[in-house]
Design a protein around this ligand. Structure first.
Ligand code: F0G
Length: 507
């Protein structure tokens, strides 16, 4: 395979986006020296100094954090690739907008500006604000899920599943088989398996289905998109049975970019047109504005008056008054601009293009990663990377700890540690064991990405030194957030010794 396939391949597709001579939809810059690298279509005007602690200090910090990257102090972190949530760089326009925030408790102009922007991009009548994505999940689940009801979805997200289960519901994951193949050439691994959805509804009857949920840029399987064609099929099944269709649009920006680049039918459509088309197929759209719109907050949109009125009751109870919903008005102003900027192809292409670059460099060096590259971040396949570590010793968690020690880069475990045990105490072994290296938008430079790649390649060469982890403190719910673990042997000291041997006195 062409070693630059994942990057060059998409560039090629982008080139087909010319409408007419001279009319370009997305910036497409070729390099004279034939190097293919993503070119930033922005410049940096505010910077934050970083520290890279030496490897011995990193080992100590990892132990103090109970081998859980969530518990690291940011002062010990060089590149924070834990998440893209609430940490994307804001634009000058977003920062400027924050100054005009109207902080009245009720009836704030800020709210009406945000409502009107959402109305413009989704074409939906109503908007309910909430403090972040999981708050929307709480409201939607309390409104629609009754004990014993099923929620079919392409794939779960941790907080989504917890809220559905809390309300007595059952999550059924119906992602296409390709979605769970770590290395694939399928460009829409987030698609719902339509046959499975039909079978499930036939088996249980539509009355038992609380709603169908589609997640854009499917997080836990590597930021993988669904196609518009697939969403249309899901809609038509929902229509047949009279079932509500809910879209989790937290990672919509990436999914929009992929529809534009990978779905032939939409290469000539604008991001705005694709967004409106998607929204027209859904009954409810909710999002974490920590991801969508590069701010901090969340919200629910719908045109269904009955659903709106039911959900509205819960907003003042859990979030805040209906014109702020727990969000800071400054963030709401930034969100309004951020949503507007999400319709700009040059802006939403930065994340996926940097991720494609990173994936491509790792593929060239033989490191097992999720392919095709998705949105959100680069996902290392820990099941393959650390074949020798059994799943109940958390290979993805061990890789996250090892990578921090080797590089000072903080990633996130997305595997068995992120699951919840069965009521009988047995482990729920995750379908995939991933180390997620999130790519906050416009935050890191290409040389920093190259540094992360370099250290990952070194770690892969030394993978036999890595062993598993075991819990010393294990919370019952969402244990990955604050659980503490220890290495099963002194493998981390051995890794540090090898680092010193190979890198001398380098940081
Ligand atoms: N849905 C998806 C697809 C998400 O990725 C997230 C958050 C949520 C819902 C919940 O939103 O955090 O604002 O409450 N994902 C973050 C992450 C936590 O790191 O991937 P939230």
């Amino acid at each position: 395979m062409d070693p630059d396939y994942y990057y060059r391949g998409y560039k090629k597709l982008l080139k087909t986006n010319f409408k007419n001579e001279g009319e370009i939809e997305m910036a497409n810059v070729n390099f004279f020296c034939n190097e293919q690298i993503p070119l930033e279509m922005h410049k940096v005007r505010i910077v934050q100094k970083l520290e890279l602690p030496p490897v011995e200090r990193r080992l100590k910090a990892m132990n103090e954090a109970g081998n859980n990257t969530f518990l690291l102090k940011n002062r010990d972190v060089f590149m924070d690739m834990l998440t893209d949530s609430g940490v994307n760089a804001m634009s000058d326009r977003q920062q400027a907008a924050m100054l005009i925030a109207d902080d009245s408790y009720a009836g704030s102009e800020t709210f009406f500006r945000l409502e009107s922007k959402l109305n413009e991009i989704f074409g939906m009548k109503y908007f309910l604000p909430a403090h972040q994505g999981r708050a929307c999940e709480n409201i939607i689940s309390q409104t629609l899920v009754k004990p014993g009801m099923i929620v079919p979805m392409n794939y779960h997200f941790t907080t989504t599943k917890s809220h559905i289960v809390l309300n007595g519901g059952i999550v059924e994951e119906l992602v296409s088989d390709a979605g769970l193949e770590p290395a694939s050439t399928n460009l829409f691994k987030g698609n719902m398996d339509i046959a499975k959805l039909n079978t499930l509804i036939d088996k249980h009857g539509p009355d038992k289905i609380a709603f169908v949920r589609m997640e854009a840029g499917t997080n836990l399987i590597g930021g993988q998109p669904f196609s518009l064609e697939n969403l249309e099929k899901v809609r038509s099944i929902c229509d047949n049975y009279g079932i509500t269709l809910v879209l989790d649009a937290s990672l919509l920006a990436d999914n929009l970019y992929f529809i534009k680049c990978r779905e032939e039918q939409y290469t000539h459509a604008s991001i705005k047109e694709i967004t409106l088309k998607i929204a027209s197929l859904c009954d409810i759209i909710y999002f974490s504005a920590r991801k969508l719109g590069c701010a901090r907050g969340g919200g629910i949109c719908t045109s269904n008056t009955e659903l709106f009125e039911k959900m509205r009751e819960l907003v003042p109870l859990y979030e805040g008054f209906l014109t702020y919903g727990g969000m800071s008005v400054r963030e709401m102003e930034a969100l309004t601009v951020g949503l507007d900027e999400t319709m700009d192809e040059d802006i939403i292409s930065q994340g996926p293009q940097f991720i494609a670059f990173m994936v491509n460099e790792l593929v060239k060096k033989g490191v097992p990663v999720i392919t095709p590259p998705g949105g959100l971040g680069c996902h290392i396949n820990a099941m393959e990377f650390l074949k020798h570590i059994p799943q109940d010793q958390y290979p993805a968690g061990a890789l996250a700890a090892a990578f921090y020690i080797a590089s000072g880069v903080r990633g996130m475990e997305r595997g068995t540690m992120s699951e919840q045990r069965n009521p009988d105490g047995s482990e729920v072994l995750s379908n995939m064991e991933l180390l997620r290296l999130a790519m906050p938008r416009r935050v890191y430079t290409l040389s920093q990405v190259k540094y992360a790649v370099d250290r990952m390649v070194w770690l892969y060469e030394n993978r036999n030194l890595i062993e598993g982890l075991s819990f010393t403190e294990e919370p019952k719910i969402l244990r990955f957030f604050f659980g503490r673990l220890k290495p099963v042997s002194n493998w981390q000291e051995n890794l540090v010794a090898k680092f010193r041997k190979d890198f001398g006195d380098s940081l």
